[in-house]
Design a protein around this ligand. Structure first.
Ligand code: ATP
Length: 234
């Protein structure tokens, strides 16, 4: 198993927001983490990255215990996190943003990034702050890729984007996954999740209330209705 999260608990002060969460991501797998607002999805990602460290439980990556490592050491293990606010440099150009993030000896060259994201190539001399929301998201993913991740962790990459851009990013994520990179995706857009994922976990009040493969999840209208509030019309 690439990533193994075992029975973790995490807190904000006294507030016990992650309660016994376990999940796995296999080599090259795309796993979705779903749940309503406030369910604990982002905090789970932050616990994996050591930003909100798990107080109990264990997280291993390729069998190595990373539970208590500081964030920079976890990133150094080829886990790349693209947070919701994207974190690109607004005053640097697209190309400067990519070059600054690039690791020596990375599997991914700038040309590889531009092949997946042709819009970034067109915009390579524009400042990060001049990009549209979708382009910023593409740049944030591109910046993660030049770090040669084995696992890419994305927090709601298509939130607030126009449907045509969402489709573009879904196709790009398929290509990235096709290159062998595993992806853990927090997403509220069910359509996106079912197009991409091998498996799904649903969180509610900081607990895993469902997990299943994509076929089982797609067939289970009751689960979607109960935990995600997606009314199924008939
Ligand atoms: N910095 C913080 N301090 C205190 N409580 C927080 C903090 N961040 C989140 N919480 C609380 O922790 C719980 C889980 O939040 P989290 O952001 O992980 O949920 P989420 O499933 O990612 O939801 P969303 O989609 O709204 O981001 C919520 O009750 C939230 O109010």
């Amino acid at each position: 198993m690439l990533l193994n999260v075992e029975h973790i608990h995490a807190y904000y002060g006294q507030s016990h927001v992650i309660q016994d969460v376990s999940l796995q991501v296999g080599e090259g797998e795309l796993v979705c983490l779903l749940g309503r607002n406030g369910a604990g999805k982002s905090t789970t990602l932050k616990s994996i990255m050591g930003i909100v460290p798990a107080r109990q439980g264990r997280i291993t990556f390729r069998g190595e215990d990373i539970t208590a490592l500081p964030t920079y050491r976890i990133s150094g293990r080829n886990i790349c996190f693209v947070p919701e606010h994207r974190g690109i440099f607004r005053l640097l150009t697209v190309e400067e943003n990519l070059k600054l993030a690039a690791h020596k000896g990375s599997r991914w060259s700038l040309d590889d990034i531009y092949r997946i994201f042709p819009r970034l190539k067109e915009r390579r001399r524009n400042g990060g702050g001049q990009l549209s929301g979708g382009e910023q998201q593409m740049l944030a993913i591109g910046r993660a890729l030049v770090n040669s991740p084995e696992l890419l962790i994305l927090d709601e990459p298509v939130e607030g984007l126009a449907p045509v851009i969402v489709e573009e990013i879904v196709a790009q994520l398929k290509q990235i996954r096709g290159s062998g990179i595993a992806i853990l995706l927090v997403e509220q857009n069910l359509e996106v999740c079912t197009q991409l994922a091998d498996r799904h976990y649903i969180l509610e009040s900081g607990r895993v209330v469902y997990h299943g493969d994509n076929a089982a999840f797609m067939a289970d209208a009751e689960v979607k209705d109960k935990y995600l509030g997606v009314g199924v019309a008939d």
